[in-house]
Ligand binder design. Structure first.
Ligand SMILES: [Cu+2]
Length: 146
């Protein structure tokens, strides 16, 4: 009878040991899956790179915010001709002590005294000739491309 009890105890101990071994083994397996999950984590951190498309959206907004400057100095427009892209806003600044007034078939400014500016946004491609309403010999040209 004592031998039977001893054998059954040994069997129980073996079952516990084997069971524990399998538990540990499966535990180490699950820890392997955890490291796999952490390997997948960088993939889920890839979506922040989808923040890049907004960055490409920003440049598409920038052309609409483009500005070009034309200086009016010594009875001349500078630069002229000026080549810009559609959507660009041109800002003329009168740097002469004399007043000037931009005149064209498309855009016209008020009389610009020294330091005053006039701006016009070109939304259609084409060539735009303009002059000074006060000094007709002052000629300028804006070339608007797509
Ligand atoms: Cu003028």
């Amino acid at each position: 009878m004592n031998k039977t009890i001893l054998i059954s105890i040994i069997v129980v101990v073996l079952v516990v040991l084997v069971g524990g071994y399998f538990l540990f083994y499966s535990g180490s397996q699950s820890s392997l899956y955890v490291t796999n999950n952490t390997n997948y984590t960088p993939n889920t951190s890839v979506p922040p790179s989808t923040n890049t498309p907004p960055a490409t959206t920003t440049p598409s907004l920038q052309p609409q915010n483009l500005t070009s400057l034309v200086s009016i100095k010594n009875f001349a427009f500078n630069p002229t001709p000026l080549t810009i892209k559609v959507g660009t806003t041109v800002i003329w600044t009168n740097n002469d002590s004399m007043p000037h007034q931009i005149k064209s078939t498309t855009f016209n400014s008020a009389t610009l005294n020294n330091g005053q500016t006039f701006s016009f946004t070109f939304s259609t491609a084409g060539q735009y000739n303009y002059s000074c309403a006060i000094h007709p010999s002052m000629l300028g040209k804006i070339i608007v491309t797509q």
